[in-house]
Design a protein around this ligand. Structure first.
Ligand code: SF4
Length: 360
């Protein structure tokens, strides 16, 4: 039987690497990580099996549910049946490297190899680019030795940019029943899948291509530096028109920061005109979630909040998101960030968000 409180606790596994060591937890939000070593089975059982209600490790879900938003816990029944055998993974996350071709303003060196390089350049240091191949290969071997993939129905890849390397291919070729499995890629959309990937995808039940689009044109180019919108939008349309990939569905992830949120309608219009449905008529889902850190949504000054609330009707997701924000947090860390990085990138936040520059 699956865990009645949260099905990820009994049938979810999230694999990732910290300091070259493979780690695992029931989901990517869980606050405790267990090394994937010879003691894994025992340590995992001790840390996870006794959880059957709210604990500190699950506070990310608790905070969202208390705020009336959907948590990861609540999505468990979408994938994991109540009678799934306890312990057999049904949902798996794979995050075994941080190789990425972008250094988005809202990301950092913990999740992007390009950010590592940019930070080193800023300090005048030379960086030896880590190649994660060895760690990835060892981690995949450890995963295969430690768990059975027979019950897997859903595998999610994030990074890094999952299509920048072949880590995902190395893993999916071991999935025994691909026709029962949905693959979910959280991707920056800048890399058109090559033939090897497209051929492999044909074996799977569904591919969810979840493109992280934090705007279009100037707003996209600024936030998702150095990726160009014209290339990403072209890739998405090409993918939509590829009749060979009949099992691919689109999803758009919009990370709402305190400046791009005002421009959400431009993205919404672009999706409506270009990516509203896939070839089979499945609707593209748009998922809006607040940004944390230097660009956090809650930094939004009151006069921008007013402009956003005026622009979007009360029942619009953006209106609801902004209407419930607590008091704005200080802009100083953000100002230091843009003063450092805009000149180095030959970028300007005032040009990317021209309607809002007068409010700051
Ligand atoms: S309650 Fe949330 S954080 Fe805890 S295991 Fe479930 S999904 Fe993960």
């Amino acid at each position: 039987m699956a865990n009645q409180f949260c099905r990820y606790l009994s049938n979810g596994l999230s694999f990732f690497v910290r300091q070259n060591e493979a780690m695992v937890s029931p989901c990517c939000w869980f606050g405790k990580q267990i090394p994937l070593d010879s003691q894994f089975q025992r340590n995992y059982k001790n840390a996870v099996d006794s959880v059957n209600g709210w604990t500190n490790a699950c506070s990310a879900c608790k905070v969202l549910e208390d705020a009336g938003q959907q948590s990861l816990r609540q999505t468990g029944p979408d994938w994991i049946h109540g009678d799934a055998p306890h312990g057999d993974p049904v949902c798996i996350d794979i995050n075994l490297d941080i190789n990425c071709n972008a250094a988005c303003v809202t990301c950092g060196a913990d999740s992007s190899s390009l950010w590592k390089i940019e930070n080193a350049k800023l300090l005048g240091k030379k960086i030896k680019l880590e190649l994660y191949d060895d760690t990835v290969n060892k981690s995949i071997s450890k995963i295969l030795e430690s768990v059975s993939l027979d019950q897997v129905r859903y595998v999610k890849f994030y990074g890094g940019e999952p299509l920048f390397t072949d880590t995902h291919l190395k893993f999916i070729k071991h999935i025994p029943y691909p026709e029962q499995v949905t693959l979910h890629y959280t991707t920056n959309g800048s890399i058109y899948p090559n033939d090897a990937v497209l051929n492999e995808w044909k074996n799977f039940k569904t591919i969810i291509f979840a493109a992280s689009l934090d705007g279009i044109k100037e707003q996209f180019d600024y936030v998702r530096w150095p990726l160009p919108w014209h290339k990403v939008s072209k890739n998405l349309i090409r993918l939509r028109e590829n009749k060979d990939i009949w099992n691919l569905m689109f999803r758009v992830e919009f990370t709402a920061n305190f400046l791009n949120t005002y421009y959400f309608d431009r993205l919404e219009d672009w999706i409506k005109n270009n990516l509203d449905i896939n070839l089979s008529g499945d609707k593209t889902e748009i998922n809006v979630h607040p940004c944390w850190g230097i660009w956090e949504l809650v930094k939004m000054p009151y006069n921008i909040r007013e402009a956003v609330l005026k622009k979007y009707p009360v029942n619009h997701v953006i209106h609801r998101l902004v209407a419930n924000l607590p008091e704005p947090t200080p802009l100083l860390p953000w100002q230091q960030f843009v003063n450092t990085w805009d000149p180095r990138r030959n970028n300007s936040w005032q040009t990317a968000f021209p309607e809002l520059a007068r409010y700051i």
